[in-house]
Design a protein around this ligand. Structure first.
Ligand code: FAD
Length: 492
């Protein structure tokens, strides 16, 4: 069972249900509900989104398209822009993300979980975890009518965000000594937009007291947040309205972008909100019977919009571990050590890199160089930077590999179907058996080797993913399980 219906919880629940297991998800709020964290990364939209089967629905939601980021940052007085298209891993349509109204985005993911068979109960609050002989075996919860119940489960996924205390069952939350910031944020109607084609970019501008994010949520609505060092909290405590106006006035670029705008004062977006102590990491991410996903485990700092990426990526890793164990394969220790090692690697990478971003006496080429140094790759500094901030820097970029593999398999399947002449119209290059996907599209996105392998039905030709750690595991072909590198199963 899963606690929490945010992106971390919905992702984990959906991928466990997709593997054929029963999942109960308890969410204490009634959706749609407000949440901060609106700027997404391509890894979430095209990597995890593809696994969840939700990319078309996200496309139809018409969220502003984010091609990259624009920063007035470091010792360059002029704003500089990076684009996800620079990444070799994100060629073509996958080189974008979205800026999302989280109430709508989270509802899409939660409804998608329902569509995949997850039993979702809103207004159900989990009160505590149940333990037996050192193993978590279920939860105690309060339903929408206020009655309390206990439910047993082989695994409990705690994806309850950053304010809930259930993570304490697993370990201790260690606050970051470096990121001790406070965020003050609200919403504005009528703000300016960056020139096309970057009008959907996140804009981040450093100023004397910290930095400000400026995220377009529609043609007219903008999310604006000030991130301050904790020693400036007194200004916020004296009055949020005055503090917000002062910090915006102190940052000329954002002041100009908001010169014709007014703050939204009603509805879900009407409040000026404050968050602090949001950069932390739990000293352990799992123990027998329970695993932490998303903000329940860790979060760093919003500057590169990594929160939803970490939440959904950890959801994928947790689902693989649970699915593998529910099939009775491998050991619990091997599966969850793999989960925690990969999750920590991603978190640590961002943590180290974000520290260097807070050294404001450098210019962008120095930040790019820092990214390449951290990743140790042979690509250009700028490409390494883009891979990192797009969430696709892992040595195997497994989420994208999975997508390519699925498409290669789909392609091979479609070709088998198409060997019947009445099904395939070569002139149109359209496979009727696989909806409207174009042959060119598939060839573009899958690697040549993978497509050849699918065509020849010789899975041994598919490139073997490398374990990320000595003695570690690799994802199964469907991306939903772990396997040991030696045990090469055939694609389904
Ligand atoms: P959540 O989204 O918090 O979802 C947890 C869910 O669990 C909630 O719906 C809650 O109601 C439910 N819940 C809690 N307790 C219980 C319980 N006991 N029983 C049942 N249900 C429960 N991330 C980005 O990607 N981009 C950004 O631009 C960005 N900006 C940010 C700015 C700031 C100032 C901060 C603080 C964070 C930002 N983030 C950003 C991070 C982002 O908000 C989180 O990382 C993300 O929401 C984590 O998802 P989650 O699923 O782990 O948790």
């Amino acid at each position: 069972m899963v606690v929490g219906g945010g992106p971390g919880g919905s992702t984990t629940a959906t991928l466990i249900a997709k593997a054929g297991h029963r999942v109960l998800l308890l969410e204490k709020e009634s959706f749609p509900r407000y949440q901060i964290g609106e700027s997404l990364l391509p890894s979430t939209v095209h990597g995890v989104g593809e696994m969840l089967g939700v990319t078309k629905e996200l496309e139809a939601a018409n969220f502003p398209v984010k091609r990259g980021g624009t920063f007035r940052w470091g010792n360059n007085p002029e704003p500089w822009t990076f684009t996800f298209a620079l990444s070799r891993k994100l060629a073509g349509p996958t080189s974008t993300a979205y800026q999302v109204d989280r109430a709508r985005f989270d509802s899409i993911l939660l409804n998608n979980a329902r569509k995949h068979g997850v039993e979702v109960r809103e207004e159900h609050e989990v009160l505590s975890l149940e333990e037996e002989a050192g193993r978590v075996c279920g939860v105690r919860f309060r339903d929408a009518e206020g009655a309390e119940h206990t439910v047993r489960s082989s695994y409990v996924v705690v994806a309850a965000g950053n304010t809930d205390g259930l993570y304490k069952t697993v370990g201790t939350r260690e606050l970051s000594q470096f990121f001790r910031n406070v965020a003050l944020f609200g919403y504005y109607e009528g703000g300016k937009r960056l020139p096309a084609p970057n009008e959907g970019n996140i804009l981040c501008a450093a100023f004397s007291d910290g930095w400000i994010w400026y995220i377009p949520l529609s043609d007219t609505l903008t999310s604006v947040g000030v991130v301050l060092s904790r020693d400036r909290i007194d200004v916020v405590q004296r009055g949020r309205e005055e503090a917000m106006a002062k910090f915006i006035a102190d940052c000329p670029l954002i002041a100009d972008y908001l010169s014709d705008a007014h703050r939204v004062t009603e509805g879900m977006y009407g409040e000026l909100r404050v968050r602090k102590d949001y950069s932390y990491c739990n000293n352990s991410f799992w123990k027998p019977g329970v695993v932490l996903v998303g903000d329940a485990a860790c979060f760093i700092d919003p500057v590169f919009s990594t929160g939803v990426h970490l939440a959904t990526y950890s959801g994928v890793l947790a689902a693989r571990s649970i699915n593998t164990r529910l099939n009775g394969e491998l050991t619990e220790d091997a599966c969850f050590t793999e989960f925690e090692s990969r999750y920590r690697r991603e978190f640590d990478l961002f943590h180290q890199f974000l520290q260097s971003m807070y050294e404001l006496n450098r210019d962008e080429s120095s930040y790019f160089w820092e990214a390449r140094k951290l990743l140790g790759t042979d690509q250009s500094d700028a490409q390494a930077f883009v891979d990192l901030v797009a969430g696709v820097s892992g040595p195997d970029s497994e989420l994208f590999d999975t997508t390519a593999r699925n498409r290669a398999n789909e392609f091979g399947e479609a070709l088998k179907q198409a060997s019947r002449p009445e099904v395939m119209d070569e002139g149109d290059l359209v496979f009727q058996g696989s909806g409207t996907r174009l042959l060119g599209d598939v060839l573009h996105e899958a690697t040549e080797l993978q497509v050849r392998a699918a065509l020849a039905e010789t899975p041994e030709l598919l490139p073997e993913p490398n374990p990320q750690f000595p003695g570690g595991l690799v994802p199964s072909w469907d991306g939903l399980h772990w396997r040991s590198p030696a045990a090469k199963a055939e694609p389904t």
